[in-house]
Design a protein around this ligand. Structure first.
Ligand SMILES: O=c1ccn([C@H]2C[C@H](O)[C@@H](CO)O2)c(=O)[nH]1
Length: 139
């Protein structure tokens, strides 16, 4: 069993503030190749909001997704666990994290972490079921 449950959404999440932070980050993206800027934002378990944008590279495969920047900022600004997460595309619409980024988020997900979708918030475990995580390294 996973150490992280898919329990109920954490109370009092200001989704509009999160979406606003994700949109702001999206407008800072460096995406000259795909022309597909992405912004991500998350509520941390200590109450702060962290965000990130995608940063592309002339060597396309080196592109950093917005979630990469977000987890780097999370750690560089004090660490903690992610309680809620929102991501937007260039149209400021909800974007579902790519597969690699679901794994990145899982590493720092608080139990019951919720994620914005077009149909509203869902548990992280809904989009990354049966996840591999650090607990597997101890088995
Ligand atoms: O979850 C995702 C999916 C895609 N992208 C970025 C990578 C690339 O710069 C652009 C097009 O794939 O979108 C992200 O930042 N996060």
């Amino acid at each position: 069993m996973s150490e992280q449950s898919g329990g109920a959404a954490a109370p009092e999440i200001d989704w509009e503030a999160l979406r606003h932070a994700a949109r702001a980050a999206m407008h800072l993206a460096y995406a000259p190749y795909s022309k597909y800027p992405v912004g991500a934002a998350a509520l941390v378990d200590d109450g702060r909001i962290v965000s990130g944008c995608n940063v592309e590279n002339a060597s396309y495969g080196l592109t950093l997704c917005a979630e990469c920047g977000l987890v780097s900022t999370l750690n560089a600004t004090g660490g903690g666990k992610l309680v809620a997460f929102a991501c937007v595309d260039r149209h400021e619409q909800v974007l579902m994290p790519c597969g690699r980024c679901r794994q990145l988020l899982w590493e720092f997900a608080a139990p019951g972490m919720v994620l914005d979708t077009a149909d509203g918030p869902v548990p992280m475990t809904d989009i990354l079921p049966l996840a591999f995580g650090r607990q597997d390294l101890n088995s």
